[in-house]
Design a binder for this molecule. Sequence first.
Ligand SMILES: C[C@H](CCC(=O)NCCS(=O)(=O)O)[C@H]1CC[C@H]2[C@@H]3CC[C@@H]4C[C@H](O)CC[C@]4(C)[C@H]3C[C@H](O)[C@]12C
Length: 325
Amino acid sequence: MCTSVIYQAGDSYFGRNLDLEVSLGQQVVITPRDMVLNFRELPTLEHHYAIIGMAIVRDNYPLYFDGINEKGVGIAGLNFDGPAHYFPVQEGKKNIASFELVPYILAQASSVAEAKELLTNANIANINFSEKMHAAPLHWIVADKTGASITVESTTAGLNVYDNPVGVLTNNPQFPDQLVNLSNYQSVSPADPQNTLAPDTTLPVYSRGFGSRFLPGGMDSESRFVKAAFAKMHAPVGNNEVENITNYFHILQSVEQQKGLDEVGPNTYEYTIYSDGSNLSKGIFYYRTYDNNQINAVDMHKENLASTTLITYPINDQQKIEYQN
Ligand SMILES: C[C@H](CCC(=O)NCCS(=O)(=O)O)[C@H]1CC[C@H]2[C@@H]3CC[C@@H]4C[C@H](O)CC[C@]4(C)[C@H]3C[C@H](O)[C@]12C
């Protein structure tokens, strides 16, 4: 499972937890402005916005799990197994292979509004990346530095682009159903509850945190959606970049999957392999991993973005303990 969140704190921060049972060998990958981007059914882009994100590189092509661009747009792909449906290439439509959606949007959109524009008359085509790498069933959240966000879902009903009023995405069910479920938890609060049940009876508030008593805490995607929404909505705004990114990772950690808790097969457990979060205005990509709690950062603007080849950084996966004696 996965969770993606946008958090506004002066600057906006966007990223995700990647929850899976195996690591796929991802790296931090920068696609500079002049690296030629080919598409299966769309014109080649010789020049475009620069992109940074988490990806695996195959045949010199960046298969992004999530990323942001230099204009402050971010997008993440999350599992949507079951409802996801991709269609054959359709004449007269913008046919985008599912694995092309991240570069398609980030290469060209400078806002969520422009991303929406790019998605009008689009068809997510059922094209596999290769014989060995089949199309993954995904849906996407797109966000920008103003805090706007949308959810993109291709189902048998066609392509749906929903405004995302909470700036959160997890997995199934379909986005409108996630919002219906969220409405069940609208009384969850950081503050103590009002005794509306039996106002004339004294009911002790016997613990701090009583207002969040009914917050779900499961690993399932509805629980994570509600919990991440609560954590994000009430996250404080920091005084500087370090405080903000620290807050951001705390939001993601509220729905982190610890090893051993989400069994997906005999003795196989899904867990939060990495968490990332980017400052959408500054183009700084931060990440931590399950094994390394340290926050690592790659600043896209420290690279030559006017170049033509991919720039990659290996994931820093080694835990660093600062021994004090
Ligand atoms: C598994 C991940 C989602 C994690 C998640 O949501 N887990 C919830 C499980 S559950 O829903 O709770 O059961 C997703 C997210 C992004 C995906 C890559 C996108 C690029 C590329 C697309 C190609 O077509 C296939 C290979 C490819 C590398 C993809 C592999 C894999 O599919 C990735 C990593």
